[in-house]
Structure formats: C-alpha cells, structure tokens
Design a protein around this ligand. Structure first.
Ligand SMILES: Nc1ncnc2c1ncn2[C@@H]1O[C@H](COP(=O)(O)OP(=O)(O)OP(=O)(O)O)[C@@H](O)[C@H]1O
Ligand SMILES: [Mg+2]
Length: 407
C-alpha cells in the first residue's frame, strides 16, 4: 500500500496512547515486553513529522553504529503505514516531505563535544528508546540541551533497576508530565508468539515474569551469573575471528529449544545469532535451525541428553554431535565464559540478553544472601553457548569428558 497525495489515511493507535497527543515536556511510557511502546512512539513521531517541519532526535546511551538506533524501526513503520512516498530514508537520517528530520545519536561523552551539542539546539522532540540503559550523566547532558521553547522529551523503557535514572524520573516526574505504565494487555495487537512466551514464563518463573512482562524492576541483580561481563552491541564478524561455533539446547515439554552462533576474537565472545522456540516438535527443528546462516555447514554441538533428536538432525543434513558433560561441567563452562574480557550480545539476540540478565545464583529467601548454587532456569541460551564451546572448555579444564561414541 502506498498513500497518494491528498488521500486521507487512518492510522490505528491503542487507547492508552490518547493522552500523549497533548503537549508536555516529558512523555514517558514504561512497562513490559510487547506492550506496543516502541511502535506507538515511532508511529506518532512519523505522523507529527508529516504535519510540521520538526527536528526529532532519537537518542540512546551508546550508538556505535546506526544499526543500534531506532532508524530501522522508523523506516519499517514508514513502510508498514504505506507512507514511503513521503519520506526519504537515508543511511543515517530520515526526512519527510515537510522537511522534518529524524537524527540518531549516542549521548555518552557528548557533554565534551561542543559541536555535537550545538547541533541539538533546534531539536523539537527527543525520543529516548530503551531508556533503562541511559546513564545519569547522559540524561543530565540531554535535558538542558533540548531547550527550544515547547520542546519535548519522550522516553520509552522496560524497567530494570530501581535506581536507574529514567525509573526515578518516571516515579517522580515533574508536574505536567505524561507517564503511564503499559503492559501486554494494553496492546490490542499483542502477537500470539509473544503470548506463548509470556505464558511459558508465567508458569516457570513468576518473579522473572513480573519483570519481563509486567514491567516491574528486577530483583537481585548481583546474583547474575554473568554479572559485569556482558553488553549489548552490534558488530560484524571479521575474517580473522575464530568461529562461528554453534550450540544447541533442547526444550523438554514446553521449554525453549535454542540454537546459537558465537565467535571468539581477542579474548572476547560475540553472540551473533539465536533461534529460539517454545515446544518445537522434532520435525520443525530443521526450519528453526535454518534461521541461522551457516547452520548446515558447521559443526553443531548439542545437549547430549537427546540422542534420537541428534540422529534425526544428522539425517536431515546437519553436522551435529552431542557435547560432552562431566562432573562440574556447568561450573567449568561458566568459569570459561567469565574468563572472556567482554561478552557482546548482538541486539537481535533478545533471548541471550534476557537470560544474561536473569540467569542467576540462588538467593537465600530469608537473608537475601547470594548462594553458591546456580538456579536451573534462564540458562537455555547460555547452556547452548557452553555446548558450542565445549572442546575449548574441556581443553582449558583438562577434562576428557564422557565418550559419545554411540552418537
Ligand atoms: N499500532 C499497531 N498496529 C499493529 N500492531 C501493533 C501496533 N502496535 C504494536 N503492535 C504489535 O505489537 C508488537 C509489540 O509492539 P512493540 O514492539 O512496540 O512493544 P514494546 O512495548 O516496545 O516491546 P518491547 O518491550 O519488547 O520492546 C509489535 O511487534 C506488533 O506486532
Ligand atoms: Mg520496544
């Protein structure tokens, strides 16, 4: 569909969004996954950019490349809404027929860059997406810089920790701010595949569910198994990187089945792609695995508890084998993962990122102390990563592992 000049189009917005059309200095929407925050803010900005020549800054804490910004989201929404003829989507900016412009910038370090700050003076609306990642310093740089009369600061975020600057702002906003919590049940277009994930987490871990789907802050962040080791960032594998290494974890009953693709370079681990499906039947596995480029050309190391699944996939043309397990192989694997300087998770690997947040040590219910035992959940992606790296982990630990000759 493409809209012709003079044609009237109707664009649907959910009911919760109505107040956001009024002017306000701060417009904040926070809540759990799939509530429609990103789509509504992107769509509203697109609509406004067709009404008036405005400058819109899409800001985030770090933006190493344009792929990390909402550029892609906005360009997609322009297409979905049938408005492509009214925009020119450039590599690093987007312009509408009114002359309105979308800019995309990372804010960290901007304070010391006078030219960058100057370029923001004419901004009418600043949208901070994934606001939970913005630092206090960046928020303090941004707020006085967006100073054109009538200018607005829009923020969308999934609450993470109670002392995150945007969470404090949302809980204690200046008068006149528009702040709403929105969750999946506020989204009339909540997709069925997300609903399946939602129900699964509701059944398996109510605490994590409250965080991921109901938009509550996360508890016990220090208990994270990968605490301080991981970050989200886009990258393109270089020719001299080691890998790719593929690892698979099987879902039992309604658990997820996972395939991951990782690389190693300069003592850093890169998680490039993931396939993730709940309750996937065996005959659907090849299609799930084929979502990852190169899955049929490289060795896949998999949880060895399902020899029949492994042999089925072999017959389907995959180079797949069971990964060895030994006493302490989980702890050795975690030690190996923590031995990397940094683990970079590509933004498209949403489950890897979510499990990096949720995969935890047990916490004593009475004292809140972190215990030396690992919770057996939110480990699907990271188990798959351990399997992918099993030969390296085994070499490092000097273990022989069990023989898997029958596979
Ligand atoms: N206006 C709309 N029209 C049609 N579908 C929509 C609309 N808004 C949201 N959706 C559907 O709901 C899904 C979730 O929306 P969105 O990605 O905006 O949620 P979110 O709150 O940003 O989620 P997350 O917390 O995961 O970032 C979209 O992928 C889309 O399928
Ligand atoms: Mg979003």
């Amino acid at each position: 569909m493409n809209v012709a000049a003079g044609q009237r189009i109707d664009i649907a917005f959910p009911q919760w969004f109505t107040p956001y059309w009024q002017p306000a200095r701060y417009k904040i929407a926070h809540g759990g996954r799939g509530s429609g925050k990103s789509w509504q803010f992107a769509r509203a900005l697109i609509v406004l950019s067709l009404q008036k020549k405005i400058r819109i800054l899409c800001a985030r804490e770090l933006q190493n490349s344009i792929q990390e910004s909402v550029h892609h989201l906005i360009a997609d929404q322009i297409d979905v809404m049938g408005l492509a003829a009214m925009f020119s989507v450039r590599e690093k900016s987007i312009q509408s027929v009114t002359g309105a412009e979308f800019l995309f910038k990372g804010v960290r370090g901007m304070k010391n860059n006078a030219a960058q700050l100057k370029s923001l003076e004419g901004v009418d609306i600043c949208w901070i997406e994934e606001g939970q990642t913005i630092s206090r310093a960046s928020l303090e740089t941004l707020t006085p810089t967006i100073r054109k009369p009538g200018s607005e600061i829009w923020i969308t975020f999934n609450p993470d920790q109670e002392d995150d600057p945007v969470y404090r702002l949302a809980m204690n906003p200046p008068p006149g701010s528009i702040v709403r919590q929105v969750n999946w049940y506020d989204n009339p277009w909540f997709p069925p595949d997300l609903d399946q994930e939602r129900r699964w987490l509701q059944q398996t871990d109510p605490n994590a569910y409250a965080h991921v789907w109901e938009g509550r802050c996360r508890q016990y962040t220090d208990a994270q198994v990968l605490h301080g080791k991981w970050r989200i960032g886009s990258f393109t594998p270089e020719p001299d990187w080691h890998g790719p290494y593929f690892g698979a974890d099987w879902g039992f009953a309604r658990d997820p089945t996972v395939l991951v693709k990782v690389w190693i370079a300069d003592n850093q681990l890169y998680v490039e792609q993931e396939a993730w499906g709940i309750g996937v039947e065996i005959d659907r596995l090849p299609a799930l695995f084929d979502k990852l480029a190169g899955a049929r050309n490289h060795v896949i190391r998999a949880d060895n508890s399902r020899p029949e699944t492994i042999s089925y996939l072999k017959r389907q043309g995959f180079r797949i084998q069971g990964a060895a397990k030994w006493t302490g192989s989980i702890e050795d694997g975690i030690g190996f993962l923590r031995g990397f300087d940094v683990i970079t998770i590509h933004p498209r690997c949403r489950h890897a990122a979510e499990e990096a947040r949720l995969y935890s040590y047990k916490v004593d219910a009475l004292t809140g102390d972190i215990l030396p035992r690992i919770e057996d959940r939110h480990n699907h992606v990271w188990d798959a990563v351990r399997y992918a790296l099993e030969p390296l982990i085994r070499k490092r630990q000097g273990h022989e592992g069990v023989s898997l000759a029958w596979l």
